[in-house]
Design a protein around this ligand. Structure first.
Ligand SMILES: O=P(O)(O)OC[C@@H](O)[C@@H](O)c1c[nH]c2ccccc12
Length: 264
């Protein structure tokens, strides 16, 4: 199963990184970092908020773009009015890196989400050091104890955690540990099937004071209209925006342009 492979690759990567730099040293560096712009606050703005994703490849699609210029993409997203930017940092399957996130975070004022398979607190310090405002915590790969501890660490470091769930029981686990932002993935990370109905059906399982993000497989204005009708707070869009040469035009085509967002 792909999720197991991703976790195994992540374990090896984190172990190697820790050989290079100890957690103790990382903590010293992180202590000098400023508090980032709040990811939570931007997602709580009125209207349907957009998180644009910087992702050059994925296990389900392979290489998505031929030329990959993360800073240009991030600037285009910011100019097009996205609330936040998600950056894939997983190297083996998504061809991402913390260096890409660092470049993006240094280029835009928009808060940046570190999109990775976090299984160790070390990675949360790495994300903060690279300039992230938020981290992804995937319920399916963490024990309840880890989820609680990593959420607390994120908050301690001034980061927001986007807690990703795929089912009603995973949403329950996210709420039980006090998640403030829950993302429901329309893509099943176990078999890659995509179903927009997943976030629509699970919308009512998340109370109004918790931010609800619909993730993955959003391609058309009709998709956006369905999610708007379901009253999701935000959408996370990767592939559709990555494939579009003109990011602002693509967002307008989805009714998510700068001037369209507040009316959704
Ligand atoms: O490219 P899409 O279908 O618009 O999906 C974006 C985002 O939701 C997806 O990249 C994603 C959602 N959850 C993840 C967890 C890990 C890696 C990637 C993801």
């Amino acid at each position: 199963m792909i999720l197991d492979d991703l976790v195994a690759a992540t374990t090896a990567r984190v172990n190697a990184a820790q050989q290079q730099q100890s957690l103790a040293k990382l903590k010293v560096q992180v202590a000098t970092m400023p508090t980032p712009v709040s990811f939570l606050t931007v997602l709580r703005q009125p209207g349907l908020q957009v998180i644009g994703e910087v992702k050059q490849a994925s296990p389900s699609k392979g290489q998505i773009v031929t030329t990959f210029e993360p800073e240009k993409i991030a600037q285009a997203y910011q100019q097009a009015g996205v609330a936040a930017i998600s950056v894939l940092t997983e190297p083996s399957y998504f061809h991402g890196s913390l260096a890409i996130l660092k470049q993006v975070a240094a280029t835009v004022e928009t808060p940046v989400l570190c999109k990775d398979f976090i299984i160790e607190s070390y990675q949360i310090y790495q994300a903060k050091l690279a300039g992230a405002s938020a981290i992804l915590l995937i319920v399916a790969i963490l024990t309840p104890k880890q989820l609680r501890a990593y959420l607390a660490l994120a908050h301690q470091l001034g980061l927001t955690a986007l807690v990703e769930a795929h089912s009603a029981s995973e949403i329950k686990q996210a709420l039980a540990v006090g998640a403030q932002v829950i993302g429901v993935n329309n893509r099943n990370l176990k078999d890659f099937t995509v179903d927009l109905n997943n976030s629509i059906q699970l919308r009512s399982a998340v109370p109004a004071d918790v931010v609800f993000v619909a993730e993955s497989g959003i391609k058309t204005a009709a998709d956006v209209a369905r999610l708007t009708a379901a009253k999701v707070d935000a959408v996370l869009i990767g592939e559709t925006l990555m494939r579009a040469p003109d990011k602002a035009a693509q967002l307008r085509a989805l009714n998510l342009g700068r001037d369209q967002i507040a009316t959704n």
